[in-house]
Design a binder for this molecule. Structure first.
Ligand code: DGT
Ligand code: CA
Ligand code: CA
Length: 589
């Protein structure tokens, strides 16, 4: 699919334009990029069926952009992009990942210091050259150096969200091979870690060499459907194992094992390494040996076929992959084995969610109508969907003022009347101002079913001020849920400074809920914070921060994060039925 390639080009064109001015043009390219990013249909298909006329029917795609899409499909290039790139040949995609660097600053850094990439940036910052530039200063140089470390740490890893769909395609194709008996993902991707270094896949077969051969052949074949996963490099190929790189950029280890060792191999290759080290120690203490082939008592194999029996053989209850981090799960399992109840959490399941709490429509910066969003939510089987558009303090997102909120409420009434089987709730995502007050009048907040509030500007405050700012919002009786509580962006921006213990205390006292934001770029709260919240008895809700209909699938990532945070169904409010969900907020205003 060319959608993502085009989206990347358009994002960059927007950045190039913004080097000089933020204008309707840059906004148009940004919008088009976002649309392509989340477009379900293949843009090439749309073009081939209906030409630029059909392209222009896509919301957010106008005449000029449609022409560019046509140019790219026909020539593989976008001339405007190439011209801009020539004028300022910088690695925009990486440099814009550095928190605090926008297009305008990147241009200045290129013009004044010739900085083209992360390496140049680090070199000049370390030499103190950046602080000498007008508009930068020592503090921003220090911030840049810190931010570079952050970007570097994330560079060889992939977001689980970008990897999972491809891995699932790979696995589905592998399943078709006649020699493949069982198949499972392993490694960090099975543990659903936020970011993944490489993909591990495990297969059982009694013809391992055939499986390896077919795997490599299948994914290097030019017949492999266009857009399907393709191998770009074969690092190693043996009789039971191969190591390859896919065109999408990530490496993949495929291992073939015997049926009777599947459980032991899966346990071994799922990791984490730290978890396995401790598990093996426990086995040893019991006079057993555990390796990727099985659990052994002397020479006798006593388990290995499935994971449950592997854990059982060494005297432990089954431990879910998301928990295997050696952060107390093994101790809890041991206590449970000794008869203490409920030491390991009964994790929330992937199908436990009954409604979506965080959803933007085209009233603010979403791309779909309320009706379209509701239909998608209904299709998933949700009972409710809270529409939570941005409010007026966020002008770049076309935030709603009081009057528009009231109008939207009428629109929701109308849609609710026309739809059966799903209830749309009225909400908003209000802004927590610097002093902790909210940008929408109380009497309007009062009319809404659910009010979300979050910090969207002035993220850099000192710890005490930020803690006070957020606690003030938590204490506000109109606020039901604090969204993306840390404001972090994965690999891009660490969370803001705040005293989370104080925040939890206030949330518990005021019955204010904290969101686990499932958006691919956020995943905020993090797993460790979820665990703290659960321990503090604070209620949570998972929100996908939806801006288009295919964002609904991000819920899975939020649930994974929630599981890694040891949370149970009862901790998560949107596992409740509509009635029970609303009941919770009743005694809030
Ligand atoms: P990643 O790929 O960096 O996101 O993390 P993992 O956990 O997928 O690590 P990876 O791909 O190097 O190895 C997959 C699993 O294989 C790992 O989680 C545990 C197991 N494993 C690999 N090397 C070792 C090792 O030296 N000792 C032990 N105990 N287990 C290992
Ligand atoms: Ca791995
Ligand atoms: Ca690996």
């Amino acid at each position: 699919m060319k959608n993502l390639e085009l989206a990347r080009i358009f994002y960059q064109i927007a950045e190039f334009i913004e080097m000089d001015e933020v204008s309707f043009r840059s906004r148009a390219y940004n919008k088009a990029a976002r649309v392509l990013d989340s477009l379900e249909k293949d843009v090439q298909d749309i073009y081939q069926k209906g030409g630029t006329k059909a392209l222009k029917k896509i919301p957010g795609i106008g005449e000029a952009i449609a022409k560019k899409i046509e140019e790219f499909i026909k020539t593989g290039k976008v001339k405007t992009y190439q011209r801009l790139k020539k004028q300022c040949p910088v690695d925009l995609e990486t440099l814009t990942m550095v928190e605090g660097l926008g297009a305008r600053k990147i241009k200045i850094l290129y013009k004044k210091l010739g900085i083209r990439n992360l390496k140049d940036l680090e070199k000049e910052a370390k030499m103190g050259k950046i602080s000498e530039l007008e508009g930068f200063g020592e503090k921003s140089e220090k911030n840049i150096l810190q931010a570079i470390q952050f970007v570097k740490a994330g560079q060889n890893r992939f977001l689980i969200s970008s990897i999972l769909p491809i891995v699932r395609q790979i696995i589905n194709q592998l399943k078709e091979l006649p020699q493949v008996y069982k198949i499972s993902i392993a490694g960090s991707a099975r543990r659903m870690k936020e970011t993944v270094g490489d993909i591990d896949i495990l297969v059982t077969s009694n013809k391992p060499d055939k499986v390896i051969d077919s795997f490599v052949k299948m994914f290097t074949s030019p017949k492999q459907s266009e857009g399907g996963p393709r191998i770009s490099k074969v690092w190693a190929k043996g009789p039971t194992k191969s190591s390859v790189r896919f065109r999408a950029g990530f490496d993949c280890d495929l291992r073939v094992v015997k049926k009777e060792s599947f459980g032991a191999a899966l346990q071994y290759f799922t990791g984490s390494k730290d978890h396995n080290i401790l598990i093996r120690k426990i086995a040893k203490k019991k006079g057993l040996k555990l390796n990727e082939y099985g659990v052994f008592k002397g020479k006798k194999k006593i388990a290995g076929k499935n994971e449950k029996e592997v854990y059982q053989a060494i005297g432990l209850p089954y431990i879910e992959p998301e928990l295997r981090t050696n952060t107390g799960e093994i101790e809890a399992a041991l206590r449970q084995a000794q008869g203490k109840l409920n030491q390991l959490p009964k994790l929330i399941n992937y199908n436990d969610i009954k409604g979506e709490i965080h959803c933007h429509s085209n009233w603010s910066d979403g791309s779909r109508t309320i009706n379209e969003l509701a239909l998608s939510a209904k299709k998933i089987g949700y009972q409710y969907l809270v529409i939570t558009d941005h409010t007026k303090g966020l002008t770049i997102a076309n935030g709603l003022d009081e009057a528009r909120i009231l109008r939207q409420m009428k629109e929701i009434d109308k849609v609710n009347k026309s739809l059966k089987g799903i209830k749309i709730l009225k909400g908003c995502e209000a802004n927590i101002k610097v002093d902790g007050t909210i940008d929408i009048k109380d009497e309007v907040l009062d009319k809404l079913d659910i009010v979300l509030a979050g910090v969207h500007f002035r993220l850099k405050m000192d710890k005490k001020d930020m803690t006070e700012r957020i606690i003030k919002a938590i204490e506000n009786p109109h606020i039901d849920i604090i969204v993306h509580p840390f404001g972090r962006l994965i690999d891009k921006r660490p969370g803001y400074q705040m005293d989370f213990k104080q925040v939890l205390k206030a949330a518990k006292k005021n019955k204010t809920v904290l969101e686990i934001n499932a958006h691919t770029s956020r995943l905020d709260l993090r797993d460790i914070n979820i665990r703290q919240a659960v321990e503090a008895g604070v209620k949570l809700a998972i929100g996908s921060d939806i801006h288009s209909v295919n964002c609904f699938q991000m819920m899975e990532l939020g649930i994974a994060q929630t599981r890694r945070g040891w949370a149970e169904k009862k901790d998560i409010l949107n596992t409740r039925t509509l009635t029970n969900f609303l009941e919770f907020f009743k005694d809030k205003e």
